[in-house]
Ligand binder design. Structure first.
Ligand code: GLV
Ligand code: GLV
Length: 326
């Protein structure tokens, strides 16, 4: 019998983090190069003290009941809507995330999506590869301008701010925001203006979402909201898919209520609402907001540190439910 901590890691992580965990723990790792199924997770969680999981693993009450001895959950993500947080808190299980390290990387991707959507980059690439390029054309693949336009940011946390800084510093945009917290100091420094939700939708040429998924933000953008947006506006989502009513978005795109959308996240990942893939003016990415080599490594070592701290009964560097320890 080993006296090391027993730990489940639900998907192989960058080696730096695996080594950190292996040194101090008896490790159980998902052997497959895909997410664990619900059944696999239910089986594998039995008898472990620590869980390091992904945003695609649903950690619900039932799973916690299967393993009443769980001491800590380290989520490999900044968002933690996949975890039944209240149930963890009630059981005294600290939960951690990986904030900060992925801020700039995710803001970069939001910008990649914004530019790709407005300038039809993906469509143009497909066009060129298909051998359809027969010479420069005055009307060929015209899109929307970015420079000097109006950007509306919904949710002005770390990532929202990083997106705003790029817009102001690099693209001379008028930036508006709608957020729970006013962030007046930042707004003043970068010249951002606060707008009400509806006003922001009506005003913006680009709307970018940077807020967590909660019961209050679920389906925040639906039929009515798309009607408020300009028919020349683009929507970018690198936060969580369920903040958008995907069917309503599809309809709004088809009816020309907005000009296009760039999505990195989906309502029911990895499934896509039927019809999305058929629309040329939607750019679709497979949830890669934080996917740079450096950032994924930092996220992994950060998650590993949180996991190890929890196992040793030490303070977790990035706990999201400190009240669990009362
Ligand atoms: C990614 O979506 C994350 O929450 O880290
Ligand atoms: C990113 O780190 C965020 O919480 O916005």
């Amino acid at each position: 019998m080993s006296d090391k901590f027993k730990v489940l890691v639900t998907r192989k992580l960058p080696p730096e983090a695996m080594e950190m965990i292996e040194k101090e723990c008896e490790l159980r790792v998902n052997p497959a190069d895909r997410a664990m199924t619900k059944g696999e997770l239910e089986k594998a969680i039995q008898g472990v003290e620590g869980l390091l999981c992904l945003l695609s693993d649903t950690i619900d009450e039932k799973l916690l009941q299967i393993n009443p001895d769980l001491k800590v959950i380290a989520n490999y993500a900044v968002g933690y809507d996949n975890i039944a947080l209240e149930a963890c808190t009630k059981r005294g299980i600290p939960v951690s995330n990986t904030p900060g390290v992925l801020t700039e990387t995710t803001a970069d991707l939001a910008w990649a999506l914004l530019m790709a959507t407005a300038r039809r980059v993906v469509e143009a690439d497909k066009f060129t590869r298909a051998g359809k390029y027969e010479g420069w054309g005055p009307m060929l693949l015209r899109g929307g301008d970015v420079y000097g336009k109006k950007l509306g940011i919904i949710g002005l946390g770390r990532i929202g701010k990083a997106v705003a800084r790029r817009a102001v510093g690099g693209f001379a945009m008028d930036v508006f925001y709608y957020s729970n917290s006013r962030e007046e100091e930042f707004a003043q420094e970068y010249g951002l203006k606060y707008l009400g939700f509806k006003e922001l939708l009506e005003t913006s040429d680009f709307v970018s979402l940077h807020l967590p998924l909660t019961s209050e933000t679920e389906k925040l953008l639906g039929e009515e909201e798309f009607k408020l947006m300009k028919d020349t506006a683009y929507l970018v989502n690198t936060s969580r898919g369920a903040i958008i009513d995907e069917r309503a978005l599809l309809q709004a795109i088809r009816e020309g209520e907005i000009a296009g959308a760039g999505l990195d996240v989906y309502e029911d990942e990895p499934k896509l609402t039927p019809g999305l893939v058929g629309e040329e003016n939607i750019v679709l990415l497979p949830h890669i907001g934080s996917a740079s080599i450096e950032t994924r490594t930092k996220m992994a070592t950060r998650a590993a540190k949180n996991l190890l701290a929890g196992l040793k009964g030490e303070e977790l560097p990035h706990i999201v439910n400190p009240e669990a320890l009362n």
